[in-house]
Structures are given as structure tokens and as C-alpha cells.
Design a binder for this molecule. Structure first.
Ligand code: UTP
Length: 287
């Protein structure tokens, strides 16, 4: 059985939807309560059995590598001030997994970014997680749900969620092969009339390594970007792709609405914050 050991996380996008803050702070590093979005995604990888993580980074997002590297100076300062727990906590971040980095010098799209992972991946199946969405699951992490499904028949897999009809135009919507769980194609942001289902693809994938042949043959779209979905759509004509309906709550933290919702929900899960946040929400409601 092929084990999924490697994950690729593209984090080199320009974060247009979150300007102006993304002028100098990567959207993947915006905090949900007190941890960057990307930290939650790395935790999901680790809890799903991933050992090696490649971050496709931009030349302008050096703080991402700094966050996952060790910071001996800060550890020492904290220790000297008796903050042993805090010092240990920041030391642990660099030990979560083995991290690798490649620079995407220009933001030429998710397909171009993931294509840079070819040598890192080699000839084994691998996971892709987008760096700007969080899936909360109290039971099994989202990626683990995909990994377990992959182990059954080794088909490439897209993590999906059923969405309300009125928001199909925000997602890549799955068109199924007749009478099967297999994917025929993906329709990007369809109108309600055009939507072939209400099953939406999220930023979680398990791919067989043949994907790189399809990425190499990608054409740029009208914005000059090479889209990862287009490569998968071509590959679907030759290879099976399956859906994994993810059990969990999806937060599109790359959008302002999803980001704010994640902050409220995650703070309500925290014993040290829950009551305070409930009070703030009650007070806000009164005005
Ligand atoms: P998005 O399309 O959500 O990211 O890509 P974006 O382009 O930064 O977002 P907006 O629409 O402008 O706000 C999904 C993931 O792919 C990465 C992003 O960083 C994000 O984690 N990405 C996107 C790259 O690494 N390189 C790219 O050229 C584009």
C-alpha cells in the first residue's frame, strides 16, 4: 500500500481579497485567535500522518519560514524570564514536521506553484492543501479522511462539501459520472442553473504523481495564471478521481467573512476565552 508521507502547500498567492493587510502580512499568517491560519493547516497534516511538508513560498513572505524555523534568541529570553511553558511552545513549532521550501518567484497561479513541487514529490502520491482555508473536525482531521479513502483504491481524491444552492457560484462544483461516485469534471463557479450538483471542491487533495504531466501542459488563463483545477480536469479524462465528503466545518479564511467566523468559532471553543467572547457578542447585540 502506498503511504501518503508528503504534503505540498502553496502559499505564494497575493491575497487580493484581503488587501491592504496582505501588502505586508501574508494571508496565511493572519491569526485565528493566537495562531496563524497556516499553523492549523500544518497541524492537520501532522495529525494525518504527513512527515515532510513543502511550502511553495513567495519572495515577499519570508516571515512564513521564520515562523516554522527555530528562534533560539526568543526561546532564551523567555526562559530567562521564567516563561518556560511559552519557550517550549515556540520551540515545538519547528519540530512539528520536516519543512522544505521552494520559491515561486512570480504569482503565476496555483497550478504553476504546485508544479514546482515535482522533484520533491518524486514518484509517490502526495497531499495538497491550500494555505488559506481551515477545516475543523473534532474527530478525524480532514486530510486523514482523504488519506483513508485513498488507501482503499489509490484513486486521486478531492475533499468536498455539500454547499447551499445560493453559493454554488463561489466554488468549483463537481459533475459526477452517471450513477457513480467518480468525478466527471469540475465546473468553476457556475450559476445555479449551470451547477451539475451542490458538491463543492475544497482546498484538500490527494494526487497521484501523473498530475505533473498535466501541469506541464497547462495553458495560462486570461489573467496569465496557470490553474491547478485545469490540470486536474485534464487528468480526469484519463484517470479516476473520487470525491471524499469531508466531515467537518469549513472556513474560507482567505475571505473576510470566513476569517471573522473562524475567529469567533475558535475563540468560543477556548475555555480561557469562551465566556468573555459570549459577553462581547451579547453587548454588541444590545447596541
Ligand atoms: P487563492 O487563489 O486562494 O490565493 O489560491 P490568492 O491568489 O492569494 O487569493 P486572492 O484571490 O488573490 O485573494 C489558493 C492557494 O494557492 C496559493 C495561495 O497562497 C493560496 O494558499 N497560490 C496562489 C500560490 O501559491 N501561488 C499563486 O500564484 C496563486
Amino acid at each position: 500500500m502506498k503511504k501518503i508521507r508528503k504534503a505540498v502547500i502553496p502559499v505564494a498567492g497575493i491575497g487580493t481579497r484581503f488587501l491592504p493587510v496582505t501588502k505586508s502580512i501574508p494571508k496565511e499568517m493572519l491569526p485565528i485567535v493566537d495562531k496563524p491560519i497556516l499553523h492549523y493547516i500544518i497541524e492537520e497534516c501532522v495529525e494525518s500522518g504527513i512527515e515532510e511538508i513543502l511550502l511553495i513560498n513567495s519572495p515577499y513572505k519570508k516571515c512564513i519560514k521564520e515562523y516554522f524555523d527555530r528562534n533560539y534568541e526568543l526561546e532564551d529570553i523567555l526562559k530567562n524570564r521564567g516563561k518556560i511553558k511559552e519557550s517550549k511552545m515556540i520551540e515545538e513549532i519547528s519540530k512539528m514536521a520536516t519543512f522544505f521550501y521552494i520559491t515561486q518567484n512570480e504569482p503565476l497561479g496555483s497550478g504553476h506553484a504546485i508544479g514546482l513541487a515535482k522533484d520533491f514529490v518524486g514518484n509517490e502520491p502526495f497531499a495538497v492543501l491550500y494555505g488559506d482555508d481551515i477545516i475543523y473536525s473534532s474527530d478525524r482531521p480532514a486530510l486523514k479522511q482523504l488519506v483513508e479513502k485513498y488507501e482503499i483504491n489509490n484513486s486521486s481524491i478531492i475533499g468536498c462539501l455539500e454547499v447551499p444552492k445560493n453559493v454554488v457560484n463561489r466554488y468549483g462544483i463537481i459533475k459526477f459520472k452517471e450513477g457513480q461516485n467518480k468525478i466527471d469534471t469540475i465546473i468553476e463557479k457556475p450559476s445555479l442553473d449551470e451547477a451539475p450538483s451542490t458538491v463543492a471542491g475544497l482546498g484538500r487533495y490527494i494526487l497521484n504523481p501523473e498530475i505533473f504531466e498535466y501541469i506541464e501542459n497547462l495553458n495560462a488563463n486570461k489573467n496569465g495564471e496557470y490553474q491547478f483545477t485545469d490540470a486536474m480536469k485534464e487528468m480526469m479524462k484519463d484517470y479516476n478521481y473520487e470525491v471524499c465528503m469531508i466531515e467537518g466545518t469549513y472556513y474560507d479564511t482567505g475571505s473576510k467573512e470566513g476569517y471573522l467566523k473562524a475567529n469567533i468559532d475558535f475563540s468560543l471553543k477556548r475555555d480561557d476565552l469562551k465566556d468573555k467572547v459570549i459577553n462581547i457578542l451579547k453587548e454588541t447585540n444590545l447596541k
